[in-house]
Design a protein around this ligand. Structure first.
Ligand SMILES: [Zn+2]
Length: 144
C-alpha cells in the first residue's frame, strides 16, 4: 500500500526498478473520450467500463485497477509523453488536497470554480460534480 501524507491522501509510490528517481503514480484521466486509470510514467491504462454506474461496482473496479497498476512494468509500455491529467477535474481536486484542503472542501471549491469557468455548460459542471463524487467515494473506500 502507499503512504499517507498529512492531508490524508495515500501516495501510491512504488519502486520502479532499482532506482527511485522517478516514482510512478496511478493517475485518473477523463479526456478525449477516455475515462480511466493511467500510469504517470508510461502508456499503461485501465479504462472505465461503460455503464458502470453503481458506486460499489466502481470501487471494485478501482481496486482491480490498483492491483493491475502495481503489477505492470513500465518498461513494457511506451513512455508517457507529457502530463496525462492536466485537463481532469480530479487532478485539480488532488492539487487542492495537496495544498491542505480537506477532500470534501476541495471538491466543493472545484465545483464552485467550474461553475464560474463554464457558466453556460451544464454538461461540464455535471462532469466536475461526478468526478468530485468519485473522488470522495475513493477517499471513503481508502483507495486514495
Ligand atoms: Zn507505468
Amino acid at each position: 500500500m502507499g503512504r499517507v501524507n498529512r492531508a490524508g491522501v495515500v501516495l501510491l509510490m512504488e519502486k520502479n526498478g532499482e532506482e527511485t528517481k522517478n516514482p510512478r503514480t496511478i493517475v485518473w484521466v477523463t479526456e478525449h473520450g477516455f475515462q480511466g486509470w493511467t500510469c504517470s510514467e508510461c502508456d499503461w491504462n485501465y479504462p472505465l467500463p461503460t455503464l458502470l454506474n453503481d458506486p460499489e461496482a466502481k470501487t471494485a473496479y478501482d481496486r482491480l485497477a490498483l492491483g493491475k497498476f502495481r503489477e505492470h512494468a513500465c518498461e513494457n509500455y511506451a513512455a508517457r509523453l507529457g502530463r496525462a491529467d492536466s485537463q481532469s477535474f480530479t487532478a485539480r481536486i488532488r492539487k487542492l488536497v495537496a495544498q491542505g484542503f480537506k477532500p470534501k472542501d476541495a471538491v466543493e471549491l472545484l465545483v464552485q470554480e467550474v461553475e464560474l469557468e463554464y457558466r453556460n455548460q451544464p454538461k461540464v459542471l455535471e462532469q466536475a460534480r461526478a468526478e468530485g463524487e468519485d473522488f470522495l467515494r475513493r477517499v471513503r473506500a481508502g483507495l486514495i
